[in-house]
Design a protein around this ligand. Structure first.
Ligand code: CO
Length: 137
């Protein structure tokens, strides 16, 4: 099963401005910035309790965030649930007929293995499954 809500992802047009805005809004400091080169995305993380906020800014024209903002504007991009065993959850969901956007887990920000569930199978919301992943040193 899916465990707790790990983070909410928000697509932003200007990451620097959005970090300042959210530092003010949340009353806390961004604790981590991380680029995911394979996705042409830069992320900025906040943590309130056990749930994080992941701001997502594009770093290039081919970024999924560039395409998302062109189509839908800034705003909620995905919600992410933590799982203990991402492969088991992928099997469970595909067995129930859900479509996944990835055949294999990929490495996301924050040392996570991630896959996405098709938004059409989740009420129009892009849902991420994420599993903590400790890469070999
Ligand atoms: Co995410």
């Amino acid at each position: 099963m899916l465990k707790h809500l790990d983070h909410v992802g928000i697509a932003v047009a200007n990451l620097e401005e959005a970090v300042l805005r959210y530092e003010q809004l949340l009353g806390s400091r961004c604790y981590k910035r991380e680029r995911v080169e394979s996705e042409q995305v830069e992320t900025a993380f906040f943590r309130q309790g056990e749930t994080k906020l992941e701001l997502l800014g594009a770093t290039g024209p081919e970024s999924v965030i560039t395409r998302f903002i062109e189509k839908r504007g800034e705003g909620l991009h995905h919600i992410a649930y933590e799982v203990d065993d991402i492969h088991a959850e992928m099997l469970r969901l595909t067995g129930e007929g859900y479509r996944l956007l990835n055949d294999f887990p990929k490495k996301g920000a924050d040392n996570k293995l991630i896959v996405f569930v098709h938004p059409k199978d989740a009420g129009g919301v892009l849902m991420e499954l994420c599993q903590a992943h400790n890469p070999d040193p």
